[in-house]
Write a protein that binds this ligand. Structure first.
Ligand code: NAG
Ligand code: NAG
Ligand code: NAG
Ligand code: NAG
Ligand code: NAG
Ligand code: NAG
Ligand code: NAG
Ligand code: NAG
Ligand code: NAG
Ligand code: NAG
Ligand code: NAG
Ligand code: NAG
Length: 756
């Protein structure tokens, strides 16, 4: 027998497979079976002919003489309005009624009964309702479970009833028990509707699907001519449990990719497609994989549909579970790991190479090092310096030098390395275009500043030699002392006296410092001292020296707030036989003489201009150049001059200064600054005139004629003495922009340096 069936089953299987998705989507019936009746779909296990249903109870009939066609249980008058694969079906159920005439005699009585074979009424989705104002209704059942229940509904007038409420006034209801497969309904009246006949001649009783019947007072009259109401029935397969049924796979109704569940409203079981599948679980291959990727789009980026499930993934460079309701996909912030690995690999191999290399190199180096030192010494202008030293020493004998200033010293590379803790970062005092300045401690505990230029910059080396040469010619109390140098290294190192109190720039612009440290009196004195130095450079020295980079960053302050002018790297010896000198434009924007910038003709008046800017800086407490300010205020000098023209001096002067200074003094200094800032160099005063004027303004403040006895020393000038002065920390300060202007090619080059 089983041999007999196999080909058939196989054929069914193939047919089902061949018909595929189209058949599945359109119908849930077996192949060759009707799958519709009108617009009611007929899924297997229901069928309209033999071989199309699973068992006799699922045999249904479509009566096409109605339009649209109506579906019935075969050999029954019960009309089916819906069939659901989930295990329900909807039928239309009759209404019991009991009607009376005006004479209180019964004119109509219907007590219907319904038997649904093995399909119980869904106890969760139906209820029993009676409508009437003189009514009691009873529902009884015998198949499956014997039961009797009912309800009582009364009311005196139509005004008492509440639309939508079924609680005993005009309408009452009762729940349906489990496993009820048939019912007889009976409605009756106590008083033949005698007192309510006007508005309620009949009583009604029916079983109805939840949420489809809403009691209305209109129903009391004639139930709005309705003859049937919907009822939901449950259906199940067979009379066994899942465990028993699945013993015989031939008869087991649940096919591939489905699950069996025991029926909870009577005997039998139901089937359900497994999660991730959909279709008809009672058909072979009925449960089809759901393409979640297309239907619910659960993934954020890449979705793989798998049988019964799906997975989400993220493309390379993304991380996360890929699920929309999970962590989704997010870009991996940066390829840190591989980079770190690569960097690690590279640095390890480099280290190995370096280690091996340096071991080999060490021996080599020891031999070379002496040669190298000699070479550097030569390269760094050592020979030239030696010659100059000799020359100076010669002239020293003839000069009337007094006092023993610590003489110029040639330091060894080794000693400076020690002094700066091998140029340790913590020893850095300042960094700028010129190079780096370190704090050094000499073996005798003297603290010095050591300036190291940038490696490989020839022009820097030139500037160093320039500075040595210039500083060797000046001896001034307000100039940083150059104590010595070291020429054995690739870049020359200059050793200066250590000036403890930072730069003037810091004092003016760093608000965290106590503002009192830079009182007006101090400002005026520092200006005067600086003017003294410049005046001395311009007139007393021979040949004259132009500093070329006068700015608050290059004025150091010692513990007494005495000014020490520094950084002579850019300075030029100014040949006496030439009044003007065409040269590379150097300086700091904001302080740079515009005339010099345009003509590249260097004169002493360029320093005067820069000094003028310094005076304004002291007056206003504002930086020479700041891009944080509005456009017309960016360049302090320009802003100052225009403010002076508009007679707004007191608006731009530092508040502290206004409080401390006399108005006369302020006006005096401001006018002096304004003259310094004349566009034409010729119209600017000389440094000497400035010095005298400032001195006068200072006296005004002191109300005394006591002069600083320092000034007598100031003009000490010893041609033959190489000592003194240090060109300070190139610019530990603000953003300064140095411009280089090559007059020969008319080509402007700028280098930007950001301090801090
Ligand atoms: C079936 O057809 C009738 C009338 O043609 C319509 O009222 C009803 O909504 C349809 N039912 C379904 C489930 O389409
Ligand atoms: C269809 O319904 C009509 C009218 O109720 C009835 O006469 C006929 O016998 C029915 N046909 C079938 C096949 O049940
Ligand atoms: C109620 O109706 C029944 C049946 O028509 C009748 O026998 C009975 O007498 C009536 N009762 C009254 C009080 O009218
Ligand atoms: C109930 O609603 C109907 C219309 O749906 C209305 O005509 C009737 O007056 C209402 N009855 C009550 C008691 O509100
Ligand atoms: C039933 O009737 C009430 C009042 O007329 C209304 O608020 C409610 O929405 C109705 N419910 C349904 C299911 O029709
Ligand atoms: C229901 O009604 C049918 C037909 O009148 C009758 O044969 C059956 O006994 C009734 N069942 C009950 C429980 O009253
Ligand atoms: C109910 O039927 C009666 C008689 O056929 C008719 O007069 C009435 O208008 C109908 N009522 C409704 C609500 O259809
Ligand atoms: C279950 O159904 C089979 C036929 O389908 C029948 O022979 C058997 O008696 C039924 N068993 C019970 C407990 O109803
Ligand atoms: C399994 O079911 C088939 C079909 O109903 C039947 O022919 C067969 O005898 C059953 N086998 C067992 C072991 O019950
Ligand atoms: C069938 O399975 C779906 C999910 O796969 C579930 O939501 C549903 O409740 C199940 N139905 C029954 C009757 O077990
Ligand atoms: C997702 O499925 C695809 C296809 O089977 C597979 O290649 C991929 O590795 C899977 N990804 C995850 C995260 O499981
Ligand atoms: C999903 O991807 C989009 C971009 O494709 C992104 O904006 C969104 O945040 C992602 N959602 C989640 C939950 O990760």
């Amino acid at each position: 027998m089983s041999m007999y069936y196999l080909p058939l089953i196989f054929l069914q299987f193939v047919l089902a497979w061949l018909l595929g998705v189209a058949a599945l989507a359109a119908s849930q019936a077996l192949p060759g079976c009707e799958n519709r009746c009108g617009n009611i779909s007929i899924p297997y296990p229901f069928g309209t002919k033999e071989g199309c249903y699973i068992e006799e109870t699922f045999f249904v009939t479509c009566n096409v003489s109605f339009s649209p066609p109506k579906l019935y249980f075969t050999n029954s008058a019960i009309e089916i309005t819906d069939l659901f694969l989930s295990g329900q079906l909807r039928v239309s159920s009759w209404i019991a009624r009991d009607c009376y005439n005006k004479q209180h005699l019964r004119v109509r009585k219907n007590d219907p009964w319904m038997r649904f074979r093995k399909f119980p009424i869904s106890h969760t989705r139906n209820k029993f309702v009676a409508v009437g104002c003189d009514t009691y209704a009873v529902i009884t059942g015998s198949q499956g479970r014997d039961y009797t229940t009912g309800c009582l509904s009364l009311c005196d007038s139509i005004g008492n009833v509440i639309n939508g409420s079924c609680s005993g006034i005009g309408c009452c209801e009762a729940i349906i028990p489990k496993e009820v497969r048939s019912f007889n309904i009976s409605v009756n009246s106590y008083e033949n509707h005698t007192n309510v006949w006007d508005f309620n001649p009949c009583s009604y009783g029916f079983v109805v699907e939840d949420n489809t019947y809403n009691f209305s007072s209109l129903d009391l009259q004639n139930f709005q001519n309705r003859t049937s109401v919907p009822v939901v029935l449950d259906w199940s397969i067979g009379n066994e449990t899942c465990n028993t049924a699945e013993q015989n796979l031939t008869s087991f109704a649940c096919k591939e990719n489905s699950q069996c569940s025991n029926f909870d409203n009577g005997p039998g079981y139901r089937c359900n497609c497994s999660e991730g599948y959909e279709g008809n679980p009672y058909l072979s291959n009925g449960c089809q994989d759901i393409d979640e990727c297309k239907i619910s789009r659960p993934c954020n980026m890449t979705c793989h549909n798998l049988l019964g499930t799906y997975n989400c993934s993220c493309p390379e460079g993304y991380e996360g579970d890929g699920r929309k309701n999970g962590s989704g996909c997010s870009r991996i912030p940066s390829k840190k790991l591989p980079l770190v690995n690569i960097a690690l690999g590279i640095s390890i191999s480099i280290s190995v190479l370096l280690l091996g290399g340096s071991w080999l190199y060490w021996g080599f180096r020891q031999r070379k090092i002496i040669k190298l030192r000699e070479k550097f010494f030569e390269q760094n202008g050592g020979i030239m310096l030696q010659q100059q030293l000799l020359k100076r020493d010669g002239s020293l004998q003839s000069s009337k030098r007094h006092g023993s200033v610590k003489s110029f010293e040639i330091f060894t590379e080794e000693s400076l390395k020690k002094a700066t803790n091998n140029y340790h970062e913590s020893r850095i005092l300042g960094q700028g275009g010129q190079g780096t300045v370190y704090k050094g401690i000499l073996p005798d505990n003297t603290i010095v500043a050591i300036k190291k230029s940038k490696i490989g910059d020839k022009s820097q080396i030139e500037q160093f030699i320039n500075e040595v040469t210039i500083l060797s010619q000046i001896n001034h109390i307000n100039v940083v002392k150059l104590l010595g140098c070291c020429l054995e290294t690739q870049v020359p190192l200059l050793v200066y006296e250590f000036v403890t109190n930072g730069t003037l720039f810091d004092h003016i612009h760093t608000r965290s410092r106590s503002t009192s440290s830079i009182t007006w009196e101090n400002r005026l004195r520092i200006a005067n001292e600086t003017a003294g130095v410049l005046s001395y450079l311009h007139s007393a020295a021979d040949p004259p020296i132009i500093h070329r980079d006068v700015k608050s960053n290059n004025i150091l302050l010692d513990e007494n707030c005495t000014a020490k002018v520094s950084d002579f790297g850019a300075s030029r010896l100014f040949p006496t036989d030439q009044s003007q000198l065409a040269t590379l434009v150097q300086g700091t924007f904001g302080y740079l003489d515009p005339e010099y910038f345009h003509t590249s003709q260097l004169t002493e008046k360029s320093d005067v201009y820069s000094f003028g800017v310094l005076l304004v800086e002291l007056l206003t407490g504002k930086m020479a150049l700041s891009f944080d300010r509005p456009e017309n205020e960016r360049n302090l000098a320009v802003y100052f001059v225009s403010s002076m023209k508009e007679d707004r001096l007191f608006e731009i002067v530092d508040e502290q200064t206004v409080n401390e200074a006399k108005a006369e003094q302020l006006r005096g200094v401001a006018n002096l600054a304004k003259r310094c800032l004349e566009l034409k160099g010729d119209e600017r005063p000389t440094m000497k005139e400035i010095g005298i004027e400032l001195e006068g303004l200072r006296m005004m403040e002191k109300h005394s004629w006591v002069t600083d006895n320092k000034n007598s020393e100031e003009t000490q000038y010893l041609l033959g003495d190489i000592s003194d002065a240090y060109g300070g920390g190139g610019g530990g300060g603000s953003t300064s922009i140095s411009a280089a202007y090559d007059s020969m090619t008319n080509h402007v080059m700028s280098s930007f340096e950001g301090g801090r």
